[in-house]
Design a protein around this ligand. Structure first.
Ligand code: MN
Length: 271
C-alpha cells in the first residue's frame, strides 16, 4: 500500500458534493466481499475485468466489503481479499474507468489509503450525479432505515470522527475481534426485528427527495432489489434499489444498474 497509517481514516477528497456527470455508469452495492465467500469474490474480480471495464464509470454504493477494520488491511500479507479487490479497482482506474466508492455501514472505515491504492474517489452519502442530463440522488440507504432506532443510535456513534480515530488507534487483533462481535450482534438483531423495520422509511425517502429537489434515487443496503414508482407531490418519482451479491449460495444473486438510451436499467449478472 502507499504508506497510509491505520489512523488515517478520513478521505482526501469528497466527490459527490459537486455534481458529477456520468456518461455510461454501472452502479453496484452490497457485495459483502470476504474470505468466506470465495465465489462472490471471483465473480467481482471477473466483473471488474469484463463488465465494468466496458463502461466509463463504476459506482460502488457501499458495503463492497463485509467489514473493514482500517486501511492497514492492505498491508496484511494474509489478507488476499482486500489486496485482490484493490488491484482489480486499480486496474480499472488505470484503463480509464472512473471508480467511485461510497461508504456502507460495513465498510465506513475505507479511508484515504484505500482510495490511493485503488485510484477511486469517495462519494459523499448522499451524492447527486447527472445521468443523461437527469439528476439522480445516490445513497447507501442505511441512513433512511429510521424505524430501527437501535441501529440509528449505533450509526450516529460510529460515524463520529473521534470514535473512528479511537477504534483505528487500537491493535489489529482488537479491531478484528470488535468487528466480529458487532457482526454477530447485527445478525442476531436482524432475526429478531420485523422486516419493515429493516427497510427504508418511505416518508424519510420522500423528505430526502424533496430536500434535493429530485425525483430519481438509487440506493442499496436493504437487499430488496426493486424499482418503486410512486407519486411525490403530484410528480412521478422512482426509487431504484440495488441487489446484494451472493455467488456462493444457490440460486446466485447479484446485479447492477446501468443506463441505456438515457434511462436506468437493471443489469443482471449470470454466474
Ligand atoms: Mn449496508
Amino acid at each position: 500500500m502507499n504508506g497510509a497509517a491505520p489512523t488515517d481514516p478520513l478521505p482526501v477528497q469528497l466527490a459527490g458534493l459537486a455534481r458529477i456527470e456520468l456518461r455510461d455508469p454501472l452502479v453496484i452495492s452490497d457485495l459483502h466481499l470476504a474470505a468466506g465467500a470465495p465465489a462472490t469474490l471471483e465473480r467481482f474480480l471477473r466483473f471488474c475485468a469484463e463488465e465494468a471495464a466496458a463502461h466509463a464509470e463504476l459506482l460502488i454504493l457501499g458495503d463492497l466489503f463485509e467489514y473493514w477494520i482500517g486501511d492497514d488491511t492492505l498491508d496484511d500479507e494474509a489478507d488476499a481479499v482486500s489486496r485482490r479487490v484493490a488491484a482489480a479497482l486499480r486496474a480499472l482506474s488505470e484503463r480509464g474507468v472512473r471508480v467511485y466508492v461510497m461508504h456502507g455501514n460495513r465498510d465506513l472505515l475505507l479511508g484515504s489509503g484505500f482510495l490511493r491504492a485503488t485510484g477511486a474517489q469517495l462519494l459523499a452519502d448522499p451524492a447527486v450525479v447527472l445521468i443523461g442530463g437527469r439528476q439522480v440522488l445516490l445513497a447507501h440507504g442505511d441512513a433512511w432505515c429510521t424505524q430501527d432506532r437501535e441501529y440509528m443510535r449505533f450509526r450516529a456513534s460510529v460515524r463520529q470522527e473521534a470514535t473512528q480515530r479511537q477504534f483505528l488507534a487500537g491493535p489489529r487483533a482488537a479491531r478484528l475481534a470488535f468487528m466480529g462481535a458487532a457482526r454477530a450482534s447485527s445478525e442476531a438483531g436482524k432475526r429478531a426485528k420485523a422486516t419493515e423495520i429493516m427497510d427504508v422509511t418511505p416518508s424519510v425517502v420522500d423528505q430526502a427527495l424533496r430536500a434535493s429537489g429530485l425525483r430519481l434515487l438509487i440506493h442499496g443496503h436493504t437487499h430488496r432489489p426493486a424499482v418503486h414508482r410512486f407519486d411525490l407531490d403530484g410528480a412521478p418519482a422512482e426509487r431504484w434499489v440495488l441487489p446484494d451479491w451472493d455467488f456462493d449460495m444457490q440460486p446466485v444473486r447479484g446485479g447492477a444498474i446501468g443506463v441505456k438510451d438515457g434511462e436506468l436499467v437493471s443489469v443482471p449478472l449470470a454466474a
